[in-house]
Design a binder for this molecule. Sequence first.
Ligand SMILES: Cc1ncc(COP(=O)(O)O)c(C=O)c1O
Length: 397
Amino acid sequence: MMATPKYQAWPVITDADKQAVMAVLERGVLSGPLSPEVTALEREFADYLGVKYCLATNSGTAALHMALAALEIKPGDEVVVPAFTFVATAMAVLQQGATPIFADIELESFGLDPESFERAITPKTKAVIPVHLHGMPCDIEKINQIAKAHNISVIEDACQAPGATCQDQKVGTFGKLAAFSLQSSKNLACGEGGLLVTNDESCYKRAAQFRMFGENIEMGDKNAYDPKRPLDLKRSYDSVGIGYMYRMQELSAALARSQLKRLDDWNANGQRNAQILNEGLKDLPGWIAPKELDGRKSVYHKYRVQVSERDAVMAKLQEAGLEAVQWQTKILPAQTVFKNMGYSQDVYPNAQELIDKSFCLFSHTHPVWAQSVELCEHYVDVIRAAGQTCDSKSACA
Ligand SMILES: Cc1ncc(COP(=O)(O)O)c(C=O)c1O
């Protein structure tokens, strides 16, 4: 077997990225409520998605929290979230003092199962947070229909899915609000950061206030940001509600703007690599490759395969020098924080099956969309060769 071709680390930083960041340092404006890089990023990302409003934040979790606050979710309210996702989806609900209610997922899309969502609805349900996990759009159209019938607001957790589409419409534009993450492992990365988007003006205003100490910056700082005037000249310093400090800083915004220019190219690379892997794994006994369902296009934030003897298969691939990672090790209700709150762990069979019988090829550090054709073909060769040395039942034990 040939040696493993080189892995490409993520994020890829170009000369243009470095110049964009240096320009901020030369300008000397590093922060501020209406600072130039942040406001430009907000405009550019809103245009990229085709939405009216965008607020840059210091994390995807902050964007989720702001979305819940914008909907005026309060203690006693219930918010439905999938049992398999990154913990931040449910943690943001706790941060807002509300109650996360877990529902099961679909094995094919990794996203919230619409029927399980509908069963979880009670008179207290005020919102649902479907997640486009691993860049794969969930069944957002059906989830929207159910939510509408029950007068429930939809917040899309699109943290792993910038650029993914459903019927040619970008995810993040289906719900009332949506959150994206710009943390370094994401397809659009700036270190730490997030973006909240919406078409709803009042949600946008409430979220903006929540982002900055509960201040309504339009009251005191309505005029365009002027780097030459003192930052605190016109600020009202009048908090009208509870707020946090969730603003993004200028260096991160400059890097994100520069990276946004290449997002579609990287996503296309991910699509190409996924096709190579899908094709190579499609008739391999015992393996289920990720599948894009009816009109949905993934950006392959992760390439997750389902295979019965997961631990043995992973060990074999790792022995052969291939990166193979599990990512989440427990469904959310089984994580200690939720277990201690009394959540039951036994009623999410699909989420549990995915935890027990799947893993991801490549890693956070070297994600699938950044890799070469040669490396993806090498994965296929190694996996197929390993498959020949063991049958599908015993896998590679
Ligand atoms: C599905 C999902 N939701 C929310 C988040 C939170 O984003 P951040 O880490 O930027 O707060 C992440 C990030 O890892 C995520 O993967």
